[in-house]
Design a protein around this ligand. Structure first.
Ligand SMILES: Cc1cc2nc3c(=O)[nH]c(=O)nc-3n(C[C@H](O)[C@H](O)[C@H](O)COP(=O)(O)OP(=O)(O)OC[C@H]3O[C@@H](n4cnc5c(N)ncnc54)[C@H](O)[C@@H]3O)c2cc1C
Length: 628
């Protein structure tokens, strides 16, 4: 009997399982991290059927632990199963907001015990805490069911199997159902949506109605030319890029006119990241803010539910695909543990790898941590690899940030405020590495071990401003007392934060030979009003002249921004190293890798665009194969 300690262990074993192509991995209750803004809804999956077995006596006796992400913390639970039934759920650890989260802790465990299922309603105003508890219980029970088949009976004869119910899988499924296909939608986590629970609203393309409304003339050819000019010839997959340019406008129109996505003020914005001369980016709900992508989720989910009700789509949550079935050059279906599902077409829409350390490190990081959704686990990359798939552009730099504090292995829990007034950065030798004002992420990328200390002195301490925050992607949740208490706690532990009365003592604590000389030089420059090393604006230079001195150890982190992807041809079919395509095996969404379409550009909205464009195309190819 397996016994799970944490979600991470589960993920690692799942990935190992996949890498070894073992067929007996159990469905995973993948959970969601706490990066969702408090204002977002429960994503409409309440009451949706979950595949955790609810039959009496369905569980193997034992005590299991699991964890799931709540609003502010990892929630760890222990679940006791006696006589095949869940008899007790204990909360082992959590740091949710006292008071606000209490009803979830009071009600959810009992509701699960009463229902003998995690298919319970979340508690209003404590949605994310509720979901964290549910995810933790699922995670615990996943271990308890290892080896058993938790997959459901088919109620349809599928024309296409869609793996992953993020935006790409949803677009594929909804479009396929529109085309009259029967779709089996398999999703590893407890809910549909993947990254769009957290994402901003941008989406990009060429030749869509909102461009026309705003007087912007655009064509696929013009888009492609921009990609060549900005992305660099030879840096991307030409077939993929061209198909994307040709179809991305129609995909946005489909979301707009058919699905009914609310594009807010229907304006165009310069590309977030690299801008092109032609305006090609618009936004769900007219917003960049995280959570705006719910503007895609809600109408897509409504259409999904209609198709489920109509009997065209069967959705299985908590169901992890562990193997693709390919015979010769032909896709046949998938395996979930010991259960096989067969269909003429399979669409791999499993997302990117921002929560997969191994794949991220292919971009050359020695140290990198993640605040990305845990569903971005890169599992589809291993599934593809096992049937001959290859990866491209994995060495390109993903979008990342500096200032993550590596307190929890690969999971980012805390981040430094890299805009803290006056702070300097030094490397492991105690040398400054650049102009701190620019917050150039390459400072982290180029530093030895990708580690930099963020240093401040007593004269800079301002308790009104956070020096340390709880991770929430880029902006960070505030901590009590702006993180100063936590900083003291960490400094007392002396592993990631350090505090000393003098610079000499701090240098000794850090083992950084040059720190004292570096600060002396910096202080002299600050007094002289000129940064002799890196040209920092003297107005932002504050001499480090008074104890206590603090240092925070930081590394790069990601929260989205997969770069590379699994190789595909212009139809989105999986391509092998020898150039052969696997018939009937299509890729959609982030798994294709934005760099494979755009080369060196980071162009706003590309990811949502890849979901809609390639989801629609995959559905249409599946319809051709099903002759519908
Ligand atoms: C904070 C944040 C902000 C963002 N902002 C933007 C933005 O403004 N604009 C933009 O274009 N993009 C943005 N993105 C990126 C964009 O949201 C994602 O690239 C996109 O939603 C990915 O969709 P997907 O369907 O390809 O993958 P995902 O959303 O990752 O969905 C994949 C699904 O597959 C499931 N799955 C994985 N493996 C298996 C398996 N083996 N079996 C069954 N199921 C499996 C996962 O559980 C998951 O639900 C943002 C992302 C984040 C995290």
């Amino acid at each position: 009997m397996s016994f799970r300690k944490t979600k991470l262990l589960s993920l690692l074993s799942l990935l190992l399982c996949m890498a070894l192509t073992v067929t007996a991995c159990s469905p995973a209750g993948t959970d969601a991290p706490e990066t969702q803004p408090a204002t977002t809804a429960a994503a409409g999956t309440e009451g949706a059927e979950q595949e955790m077995p609810a039959a009496e006596g369905a569980y193997t006796d034992g005590v299991y632990t699991g964890s799931g992400s709540g609003m502010h913390s990892n929630i760890e639970v222990s679940v006791t199963v006696e006589g095949g039934k869940i008899t007790q759920i204990d909360i082992l650890s959590q740091e949710e907001t006292p008071g606000l989260s209490d009803p979830a802790f009071e009600q959810i465990p009992q509701a699960i015990i009463d229902a003998q299922s995690t298919d319970v309603d979340v508690v209003a105003n404590a949605t994310m805490t509720s979901e964290g508890i549910i995810a933790a219980v699922n995670a615990a029970l996943e271990g308890g069911n290892a080896g058993d088949t938790v997959t459901a009976e088919l109620t349809i004869e599928p024309d296409v199997i869609v793996v992953g119910a993020g935006m790409a899988g949803l677009c594929t499924t909804v479009r396929a159902a529109e085309l009259g296909l029967n779709v089996l939608l398999l999703e590893a986590s407890v809910r549909v949506g993947g990254c769009i629970h957290y994402a901003g609203g941008t989406i990009s393309g060429a030749g869509f109605k909102i461009q026309e409304e705003n007087g912007v003339e655009d064509t696929p050819e013009a888009f492609y030319e921009d990609i060549v000019a900005l992305g660099g010839e030879g840096e991307f997959n030409e077939d993929l890029a061209w198909t994307h340019c040709e179809n991305s406008g129609a995909a946005i129109d489909w979301l707009d006119e058919d699905i009914g996505v609310d594009f807010g003020d229907r304006t165009l914005v310069g590309g977030a990241y690299t801008a092109m001369d032609t305006l090609r980016v618009t936004r769900a709900l007219g917003s960049y803010s995280m959570g705006a992508a719910l503007g895609y989720l809600e109408p897509l989910e409504a259409r999904l539910n209609e198709a489920i009700d109509a009997g065209n789509v069967q959705l299985m949550l908590n169901t992890t695909v562990t193997e693709l079935i390919v015979e010769g050059d032909e896709s046949k279906g998938v395996r979930c543990g010991d259960t096989e599902y067969l269909a003429p077409s399979v669409v791999l829409a499993t997302g990117g790898y921002c929560y997969n350390e191994e794949l991220l490190k292919m971009a050359g990081f020695e140290n990198v941590i993640s605040a990305a959704p845990q569903t971005s686990n890169g599992s589809g990359f291993y599934l593809a690899q096992a049937v001959g798939g290859v990866f491209d552009n994995m060495d390109k730099t993903v979008i990342f940030y500096g200032g993550g504090i590596p307190t929890d292995g690969f999971d980012m829990t805390y981040q430094a405020n890299t805009s803290y007034p006056g702070r300097i950065y030094v490397d492991l030798d105690g040398n400054r590495v650049g102009n701190e004002d620019g917050n150039d992420i390459n400072m982290w990328k180029n530093a030895a071990e990708n580690k930099l200390y963020v240093i401040i002195s007593g004269n800079m301490v301002d308790e009104e401003t956070a020096f340390l925050r709880k991770s929430m992607a880029q902006s960070g949740f505030p901590l009590d007392n702006n993180g100063w208490d936590m900083l003291e706690t960490m400094a007392a532990e002396g592993e990631y934060a350090f505090k000393a009365d003098s610079l000499e003592e701090l240098a000794e604590l850090l083992g950084t030979e040059n720190l004292v000389a570096t600060v002396e030089q910096y202080n002299a420059d600050a007094a002289a009003g000129e940064d002799s090393q890196f040209g920092r604006d003297p107005a932002n230079m504050v001499a480090l002249e008074e104890g206590p001195y603090y240092a925070l150890l930081t590394v790069p982190y990601v929260w989205s921004g997969t770069s590379g992807g699994v190789r595909a041809d212009g139809e989105g079919r999986l391509l092998r190293e020898d150039g052969t395509a696997v018939e009937g095996l299509f890729l959609a969404g982030e798994i294709l890798g934005p760099t494979n379409i755009l080369g060196r550009i980071n162009f706003g909205g590309i990811n949502h665009s890849m979901c809609a464009t390639w989801g629609m195309l995959a559905a249409e190819h599946a319809a051709e194969r099903a002759e519908k």
